[in-house]
Design a protein. Sequence first.
Lengths: 122, 122
Amino acid sequence: MQRDTRQRRAIRRVFMSVGRPLTPDEVLEHGQRIVPSLGLATVYRNVKALADAGWLSLVELPGGGLRYELAERPHHHHFLCRSCDLAFDVHKCPDEVEELAPEGFEVDGHELILFGRCAECR
Amino acid sequence: MQRDTRQRRAIRRVFMSVGRPLTPDEVLEHGQRIVPSLGLATVYRNVKALADAGWLSLVELPGGGLRYELAERPHHHHFLCRSCDLAFDVHKCPDEVEELAPEGFEVDGHELILFGRCAECR
DNA sequence: GAAGAGATGAGAATTGATTATCATTATAGG
DNA sequence: CCTATAATGATAATCAATTCTCATCTCTTC
C-alpha cells in the first residue's frame, strides 16, 4: 500500500511549484528546503513511482541526465539554457511538424528543443 | 603531427558512406568491415579528434549515448526510430521556430526530433 | 629499409547516474 | 496508543559509457 510520507508530499510540491522539468538532483535540492533530511535515493524512488503512476512523465533532453515533469499537461516543448543548464517550458508548437519525416517513415511523436540563454542568465 | 592511418581513413569513410548520425559503437561495427582489427578506443579517439578538427559534429538525441555526424552540412533535423534506435536525417525544417521562446529568452539554436518507426522497421 | 614518434588495441580504470541493501524510522489502521 | 510494515537515508553496488595505460605496431621521413 502507498503511504503518504512527508518526503513524498515534498517532492510533489516541488514539481507543482517549480513548473519546469527537473533532474533528480534539482528535486533533491528543492525538496531539502521542505524536508532537510531528504535523501537522493528517496528522490529516485519517488520520482520513479510517480512516473509509473502517471503523475510525472519523463523528459529526455540533450546533455545527460533524465528530467521529470508533471504529466497530463497540454502539449508543449522545451528551452534549455546553455548557461545555467535549466530546462523551461515553451508553450507554443509549430504546426504540421510531423509531416517533415522522410518518405515511408511513420511518426508518432516529436520534441522541439530551443537552445540559448534564459531570462535570468542574460 | 597527424598521421593518416588505415583506421582513421576507415572511420572517415564510414561517416561519408552511411550519411546519418552514428554512435561510437555503430562506427566500430561499420569500421570493422573495412579494418577488422579496429578497436573501440581508437574509434573514441578519432571521433573526438575529428570533432575537434571540425570535421564531425556532436548530435545529442534522447536515449543516452552521443552520436556524431559530418559537420558543415546544411541545416537539418533528426528522426529517431523507436524500434531499431537508429537516427536518420530529416532535411526539412519548420520556419520561425526560434520565435516560440518565452519573452526575454535569447535563442541561438534549436533541434527538432521526430519519433516513430523507420521505413525498414515498419 | 631504419629510426623516431604518433597511433593502435586490449583491457583496466574511471566516471556519473542509478539502483540495491539494510538497519532504522514513521505512517495507517485498529 | 500499538503494531505491522512500507518508506527512508546512508552507503555500497552496479552499470554503461568513456578514458587511460602501456606494450606493440606502423606511418613518415631520411
